[in-house]
Write a protein that binds this ligand. Structure first.
Ligand code: FAD
Ligand code: SF4
Length: 283
């Protein structure tokens, strides 16, 4: 396997596609390559090609979660989402761009089962083991989006700049369909360069997980108050980050038998998150 280290985003973009994949911190892509879930003859290292660091409201895609969680310029919801993700070691390697593009943790998918998302006929999780799976958008694939960071950025109304376009973070994602069995709208040769995150009036991120550390979200809830009102986005409940208007939206969930407990957790976390960002008169 060849390793390229382009010195600009244009060079990196030109090197992508046709059997090559982007490598940032490598905490996700290296295991996927090792397990044969992604195939590549060339790795395109992004260290010198993608911006890293925080400048006011702009964050380079190469910035690590560890850098984000301690920077006072970063809104609280994003800092909390980063600090609650993975482990300190993973956060010091894992980048913002790589986090947004991580693949599902569904064990059927990770073990290489020929399930619907892998191009097969059916979703094995729906009839099988699915305790960590979705309660919304789960008709074809019941996977649960694993990124705390994505939910926070969707609620914060972040805008991505890529090598091809500018788009709201929410539009990076789409529910997989028969025609497109993946969860992002990124082209194979498109790179995430930066994200711009407007400063909110108040924001928070709450996470229910199996362990206090090193665990993906069973349910993550980001709530953000700004001049435009309140936005709520959830992790761990649908194949993509999922927005809701209020706790009552949980009445519309379509849980599987083994994920009904998530509806109740989400309802409570949404209420708590809304209380945290409420604009209360000072006493
Ligand atoms: C044990 C474990 C626990 C974890 N727990 C959590 C958790 O609780 N919450 C959570 O949110 N995350 C969690 N993660 C995910 C972790 O945060 C990500 O693995 C990490 O952020 C990925 O970043 P990276 O730079 O290592 O990505 P890489 O592994 O380098 O890349 C990941 C993917 O993104 C692509 N890519 C990377 N950068 C770009 C870019 N700029 N433009 C286009 N494509 C790009 C790569 O080609 C690849 O497909 C966990 C991971 C592990 C292994
Ligand atoms: S939830 Fe999605 S990834 Fe998991 S088995 Fe079903 S189709 Fe495959």
């Amino acid at each position: 396997m060849e390793l390229l280290r382009p010195s600009s985003a244009d060079e990196a973009k030109a090197a992508l596609g046709n059997g090559s994949v982007a490598l940032a911190g490598g905490t996700e892509i290296v295991p996927l390559l090792r397990e044969g879930l992604v195939h590549a003859d060339t790795l395109v290292h992004l260290t010198d090609a993608v911006p890293r660091g925080i400048d006011g409201t702009t964050i380079g895609a190469g910035t690590t979660l560890a850098e984000l969680e301690v920077d006072p310029q970063i809104p609280q919801a994003l800092r909390q989402a980063c600090s609650l993700a993975a482990s300190p070691q993973l956060r010091s390697m894992g980048t913002l761009g790589g986090n947004l593009l991580q693949a599902t943790r569904c064990w059927y998918w990770r073990l290489g089962f020929d399930c619907w998302l892998h191009g097969g006929e059916r979703c094995f999780a729906k009839d099988g083991a699915h305790r960590e799976h979705a309660i919304f958008g789960n008709e074809l694939c019941a996977s649960a989006h694993p990124s705390d960071v994505a939910a926070a950025l969707v609620a914060l109304g972040g805008t991505l700049r890529t090598t091809a376009r500018e788009l709201p973070v929410a539009e990076l994602y789409r529910l997989p369909s028969d025609d497109a069995r993946n969860t992002t709208t990124l082209a194979p040769d498109e790179l995430i360069l930066e994200v711009d995150v407007p400063v909110p009036d108040a924001s928070t991120y709450l996470k229910a997980m199996d362990r206090r550390k090193w665990a993906f979200p069973l349910v993550g809830v980001a709530a953000v108050r700004s001049a435009g009102g309140i936005r709520i986005a959830l992790a761990g409940v649908a194949p993509i980050p999922w927005t809701v208007d209020a706790a009552t939206a949980l009445d519309d969930a379509t849980p599987l038998p083994g994920t009904a407990y998530k509806v109740e957790i989400a309802r409570v976390l949404v209420r708590r998150a809304l209380e945290e960002v409420a604009d209360r008169p000072r006493t």
